[in-house]
Design a protein around this ligand. Structure first.
Ligand code: MG
Length: 247
């Protein structure tokens, strides 16, 4: 099935849409888990790392105040074993707290820049980006991964540096991916009418939110995605089937 849709701006989710979920779950997260200790040991005196550790300490105290039972850490920034244990504890619970995401981003940056990590994207993504650039259609990303994590994945992808195709990045600092207001903010920031944006994602809750404010949407159905419930959204299994209308 081929989709012919008229739009001015393409907004893409990452995980489960342009990147296999497996890469995020089975490569990126284990990498951060495995290397966080060595990274903190080696970069302990960096002011930005110190800042993350300070915020992690506050997070740990907040967790305790909220009745959670994080592993014991007295808050000393030199107690790296305890920091590692706390970070692992946060990751085990799939917490998305800012200092964890910030520290993970730095560990991934080290991984990408040293060439150990390469961002994975589906094989049909690059040709689609090239077609869109040729047609002068700006492409933006909206992911719950931080802007830094998005930029790293795109810049150090297996298919080369794709950043030339991306006009901008949005993360949850813009708002939750399940909230219509976030999509409103994105359209306003780009300076485009909502109805002229095509948003593609694998998550129904995100498509619902974007549809609420009038964006056009398609549902990505990729290998390895979690099967979503029933919905009336048109599904796309490859960007090859996205035939882009010429203006
Ligand atoms: Mg997704």
């Amino acid at each position: 099935m081929t989709f012919s849709i008229e739009f001015d701006v393409l907004l893409l989710d990452i995980e489960g849409t342009i990147t296999p979920i497996d890469f995020v779950r089975n490569t990126l997260f284990p990498f951060a888990r495995c290397h966080v200790r060595a990274f903190v040991e080696q970069n302990h005196d960096e002011p930005s790392v110190q800042e993350d550790l300070e915020h992690l300490k506050i997070q740990c105290l907040t967790d305790i105040a909220n009745g959670l039972t994080p592993p014991r850490w007295q808050g000393a920034s030199h107690d790296i074993a305890a920091i590692e244990t706390y970070v692992h504890w946060l990751m085990d619970q799939d917490r998305k707290v800012a200092p964890l995401k910030s520290l993970q981003g730095k560990v991934w940056k080290f991984g990408y820049e040293s060439g150990v990590l390469r961002g994975r994207v589906f094989e049909d993504v690059l040709p689609a980006l090239q077609r869109l650039q040729y047609q002068k259609k700006p492409i933006y990303l909206f992911s719950s991964g931080s802007v830094l994590a998005q930029q790293l994945l795109i810049t150090h992808s297996e298919r080369g540096d794709l950043s030339q195709y991306i006009s901008g990045y949005f993360d949850t600092n813009t708002g939750s991916k399940g909230e219509p207001q976030s999509y409103e903010t994105i359209a306003a920031t780009i300076g485009v009418k909502s109805s002229n944006v095509l948003f593609i994602s694998d998550a129904i809750i995100e498509l619902d939110a974007a549809t609420t404010i009038g964006m056009q949407v398609l549902m990505a159905r990729r290998f390895g995605n979690v099967e979503q419930g029933e919905s009336s959204y048109l599904r796309i299994e490859s960007f090859h089937s996205l035939e882009l209308s010429m203006p």
